[in-house]
Design a protein around this ligand. Structure first.
Ligand code: BES
Ligand code: ZN
Length: 626
């Protein structure tokens, strides 16, 4: 009862502390941690991976430092964890049990753990906090896959997804990007399976069921990652390689063979890669994202194995996060554009170095078109790059607008200052803030001092502030152009109106992006006969390129083109990557007829989806179409 009362009181206090006027841009509203009083410097994990019970169990020892000598209560984040004993020790001495309390569940943040430091600790500034625990049954970071949902079909697979605030569902810690820690870990797995972490993986480690990791560079909690499965390694070059199930490994090694060249290009532009090795891990199709930039080991969806290297911009993106995000991180979830917008910009620069201007321009234009669409749906208050963001779900946040709007701002700055000056500025930015988390205001002060004032008269602080604090796109922005995409769009109009036959479309010259632009630009009033002709001659419903399939199935669902419903529903049941499937569900739900069908598909497909994907699909306005 006391616990309930305290938890309730605290949430009321937090709620009332959040009026708009009092919004503190440097405060992380999505964490309970009192990191102004205590900070974690290092984490020691020891976990047993139990596939039968679907739990991780063991201990987390946090090496903490007290910043405020008067503070005696440490508040950690958790979600659904079953906490056993908690003890503290001055560095080097024996751990002694302490009293603690787990607060009431907040639907977004989970439960605060409040730990009372014993009286004897008053004068210690550094100490160890050891927590015995196991994960709960619905841990939001964890996906447990039975063998049938893996490529090999023989071994189970598990993986974590900590961003944005899911690390707390598998480790009790200060789950805020403002705190960075190094870590060591011992992971116990069933024999034969390999464990990998966002750390110093050893491809030659004997499959003994016990794996030791060390991550000397300090990282924020959202980059803590673990995967366990039947995975093997193939090298690309000196510092890069790929882990995957053996059934997928040859295809992955072929598809991503340019990874080493991407890393070299990124170092040339933005300064040294600070993390040692850079490897990829190909996950099963349930992985909820395209990719996740876990340091030293990006997690990658298998849906980008298109067989023609056409979707490798995803690797450029996750690699670029090694600078924008992992090296210089967002201070709070409101500053996520610093990670995703900057990374989208870097991604397109890397694509240009590797594959040339035309391909990079195609991707830039698609990103810009995506931005124009988002500006129609994202509420005005969330359209600022640095909005007031204190409620809601940080996984959804600005619905991806921060990627394309952030990219467009940086492209605008590049045009204003010229590539050389802007590249030089970015390299200094990464160097200046390395291994720190920063707010959008720190970004603004830095760019003002190091770029705007250095080359006066080209772009003003007020203009940047407009991107950061106002909705929409500022005036005077030069939109990206791509002649190949524009041609495909013109062809869509010509074909839609009957001026051009399907056979006359020069599809063999089109890149997959051009095909996507063509599909997106189809006229709204096409007949079923026209759709059929298109589908049959371009084989859209059975394409092996998931970006084309996504674009096509959005059209199928929006227009209720029923001959393709079988393939569409198979697509929805095959992949858990939210970006691929959520818009198709959304189109079904909003076409006025298919909410029930969408629910039935969702119900069957759920077993394939990660809890984060389930939450994202559930968040659609299911009732609107009924
Ligand atoms: N860091 C993100 C994934 C993410 C974002 C996880 C927000 C949780 C909350 C990752 O780098 C990313 O952006 N992935 C994209 C692919 C990218 C090429 C746009 C994705 O998964 O779609
Ligand atoms: Zn990203």
């Amino acid at each position: 009862m006391l616990r309930l009362l305290i938890g309730g009181l605290v949430s009321v206090m937090v709620l009332s502390a959040c009026s708009r006027d009092e919004y503190n841009p440097a405060h992380d509203y999505f964490s309970f941690a009192n990191n102004d009083q205590f900070v974690t410097r290092h984490l020691e994990l020891e976990l047993w991976v139990d596939f039968d019970r679907q739990t991780l169990a063991g201990s987390a020892a946090l090496h903490m430092e007290r910043l405020d000598p008067a503070a005696t209560i440490i508040v950690l984040d958790s979600r659904g964890l079953e906490i056993g004993d908690i003890g503290v020790a001055a560095e080097g001495s024996k751990v002694k049990p302490v009293t603690f309390e787990v607060g009431q569940t907040d639907p977004v943040k989970g439960e605060a753990i409040r730990i009372q430091l014993p009286a004897g600790f008053k004068h210690e500034s550094a100490f160890l906090l050891k927590i015995e625990y196991q994960t709960g049954p619905d841990a939001s970071a964890l996906m447990w896959l039975p063998p049938e949902l893996t490529a090999g079909g023989k071994h189970p697979f598990m993986f974590t997804q900590s961003q944005a605030i899911h690390a707390r569902s598998w480790v009790p810690l200060q789950d805020t990007p403002a705190v960075r820690m190094s870590f060591d870990a011992i992971i116990h797995t069933p024999p034969d399976l390999m464990a990998l972490m966002s750390a110093d993986n050893d491809p030659l480690a004997p499959r003994s069921g016990e794996y030791h990791f060390s991550m000397p560079q300090p990282i924020p909690s959202y980059l803590l990652a673990l995967a366990v499965g039947n995975v093997w390694f193939q090298s690309f070059g000196e510092d890069t390689g790929v882990y995957a199930e053996p059934e997928v490994l040859p295809a992955a090694a072929w598809e991503f063979t340019d990874t080493q060249a991407m890393l070299d290009a990124a170092e040339g532009l933005y300064g040294p890669y600070q993390w040692g090795r850079y490897d990829l891990l190909i996950l099963p199709p349930s992985f909820p994202y395209g990719g996740m930039e876990n340091p030293r080991l990006s997690f990658i969806t298998p849906t980008v194995l298109a067989g023609d290297r056409s979707l490798v911009s995803l690797v450029a993106h996750e690699l670029a996060h090694s600078w924008s995000g992992n090296l210089v991180s967002n201070a709070t979830w409101r500053d996520i554009w610093l990670n995703e917008g900057t990374t989208s910009y870097l991604e397109s620069r890397l694509m240009e170095v590797l594959y040339g201007r035309e391909r990079a321009d195609e991707e830039r234009l698609l990103s810009y078109q995506g931005l124009l669409e988002k500006l129609q749906t994202v509420e005005t208050e969330m359209q600022a790059l640095a909005p007031v963001f204190q409620f809601g779900d940080p996984d959804i946040g600005q619905d991806g607008l921060e990627y394309s709007k952030g990219q467009l701002m940086l492209e605008t700055l590049e045009a204003a200052f010229g590539r050389d000056k802007f590249d030089e500025y970015l390299a200094r930015y990464f160097e200046h803030f390395e291994f720190q988390a920063i707010t959008s205001e720190q970004f603004l002060d830095f760019i003002d001092a190091r770029l705007l004032q250095k080359y006066p008269g080209r772009y003003s602080r007020a203009q940047i502030a407009q991107w950061l604090y106002q909705p929409g796109i500022p005036d005077g922005v030069v939109a990206p152009t791509s002649s190949s995409l524009e041609q495909a769009v013109a062809m869509a109009a010509a074909w839609s109106s009957g001026e051009l036959a399907v056979a006359e479309l020069p599809v063999e010259n089109w890149s997959p992006k051009a095909m996507v632009a063509f599909i997106n630009a189809l006229r709204a009033d096409l007949s079923e006969q026209q759709l059929k002709e298109l589908d049959q001659s371009l084989r859209l419903s059975t394409t092996g390129n998931v970006e084309i399939a996504r674009a096509w199935f959005i059209q199928v669902a929006t227009r209720r083109y029923r001959p393709a419903y079988g393939e569409m529903s198979a697509f929805l049941k095959r992949y858990g990557r939210t970006w691929l499937i959520k818009p198709v569900y959304a189109a079904l739900v909003s076409n006025g007829e298919d909410s029930t069908l969408a629910l039935a598909i969702f119900d069957k497909a759920r077993a394939v989806y990660h809890p984060i994907t389930v939450a994202a699909i559930s968040s659609l306005s299911w009732s609107s179409g009924q």
